[in-house]
Design a binder for this molecule. Structure first.
Ligand code: C6P
Length: 413
């Protein structure tokens, strides 16, 4: 059950107490964690939900008739209901637990793409995609003879809608794009893009890895066919996520993995598959992870996206201004609609060297391609430094980053 709103913007900083990991020294400095787009930190509420599972009801689900198994099944299915409500899906049949966005996209690539596409068909993606939303479609193209088409971006890192629109045709069978770019921070107009793709009869998958921590998602309002999220980007545990798929579509697809749980009956001659969502959940699932995922959803819901977005937007604005005042710092991605991710380079300094020095000063950022190598090729860059903020970060921490960059400049330029 969702708890009533307890947090206002004025006391959001108190939530830092829920994240003891932030309260430590690294290399002799108070730790600053600006790598939230890679993995967000996990609050005590999520950790204790997982602890509680192992301490009291650890057991396999959907199998036993005994007390613990029933309790574990109840908790696991209650987590599924939380994901359903979080995404506003019509039914829990449409929520498949996976290891995360990567596995979800691969599921659709294998169970939908390999089966339903053929030579001459096209798959449209954008040039800001994560490798997870490129490579599985290349597998499909290699096996089926379909072609991968890539829509371009504008100079500010927003999607070039004309390029997207012009890439669509009756040959387009699947369109897959990121909701929020992990490198540029660009927020894509997902409802508009989905409608454009549907106008040529294509199915649509949205990579929601970076959106779920920042914005409310309503799959029915977007009218998307598939939507994917990973719990570890939204204050939940690693190794668990979900694929949303429209029921009719999921029913028309072949299973991804074979094994226990996904069957209704097995003989050496013929196997009958289980109903949704179990048809796509072979083997013992990540039960503790799903329960932790549910607790993370409760945690976000308790704060509210309006409060989260307002805190993060303030940080983004502050950091963008401070970084652009430093000089010799180039910010990559300045789209009007942008989430709390800043990629930048310091002129004449390699990003790995900068990242190493920042780490020595207790500041965690990501450096390199951020799993978007083709995007950097398009930008003619060999990588970037990326600072990504969560609501628990502060302006004082941004000041620490700015001071540290000044020091990097002095040392390396
Ligand atoms: N991006 C980053 O540092 P998984 O690993 O399956 O939970 O999510 C993959 C993924 C897919 N799409 C986008 C847009 C992503 O940002 C990610 C994960 C991390 O940016 C780790 S590479």
């Amino acid at each position: 059950m969702i708890q009533p709103r307890l947090v206002t913007k004025a006391d959001i900083f108190k939530l830092r107490q829920d994240f003891p990991i932030l309260n430590q020294d690294v290399n002799g400095f108070q730790f600053v964690y600006f790598d939230n787009a890679a993995t967000s930190q996990t609050p005590l509420q999520v950790i204790s939900a997982i602890d509680e599972y192992y301490l009291t009801i650890n057991s396999n689900v959907h199998r036993g008739v005994h007390y613990l198994s029933n309790k574990a099944t109840e908790a696991f299915e209650s987590a599924r209901e939380k994901v359903r409500s979080f995404l506003n899906a019509a039914s829990t049949k449409e929520i498949i637990f996976t290891r995360g966005v990567t596995e979800s996209i691969n599921l659709v690539a294998y169970s939908f793409g390999m089966d339903k596409l053929k030579a001459g068909d096209e798959i449209l993606i954008t040039c800001m995609e994560h490798h997870s939303n490129i490579v599985p479609w290349q597998f499909v193209c290699e096996r089926t003879g379909a072609r991968l088409i890539v829509a371009d971006i504008n100079d500010d890192g927003s999607l070039n809608i004309d390029s997207f629109r012009n890439s669509l045709s009756e040959r387009t069978k699947l369109v897959s794009f990121v909701h929020i770019s992990n490198t540029l921070g660009t927020v894509n107009p997902v409802k508009e893009l989905t409608a454009l793709a549907h106008s040529v009869g294509a199915k649509v998958l949205i990579d929601g890895a970076q959106s779920s921590p920042h914005v409310a998602i309503d799959v029915r309002d977007i009218d998307v066919d598939f939507y994917t999220v990973s719990a570890h980007k939204m204050y939940g545990p690693t190794g668990i996520g979900a694929l949303y798929g429209k029921e009719e579509l999921l029913n028309s697809m072949q299973p991804f993995h074979g094994g226990g749980e996904m069957i209704s009956s097995v003989s050496f001659e013929k196997t009958f598959y289980n109903e949704l969502p179990y048809k796509f959940e072979a083997g013992t699932p990540n039960i503790a992870g799903a329960i932790g995922f549910g607790a993370a959803i409760d945690y976000i819901t308790r704060i509210g996206y309006d409060v989260i977005a307002s805190a993060e937007n303030e940080l983004l604005e502050y950091a963008s201004k401070k970084l652009s005042e430093i000089g010799d710092v180039d910010i990559i991605g300045t789209a009007h609609d942008k989430a709390s991710v800043i990629s930048f380079n310091i002129q004449g300094v390699h990003q790995y060297d900068a990242g190493t020095i920042l780490d020595q000063m207790g500041i965690a950022v990501r450096t390199g391609f951020h799993c978007t190598e083709p995007l950097f090729k398009r930008l003619s860059l060999d990588g970037s430094i990326r600072a990504s903020f969560a609501f628990y970060n502060s302006k004082e921490e941004v000041d620490r980053l700015v001071q540290a960059i000044e020091k990097v400049k002095k040392m390396l330029k």
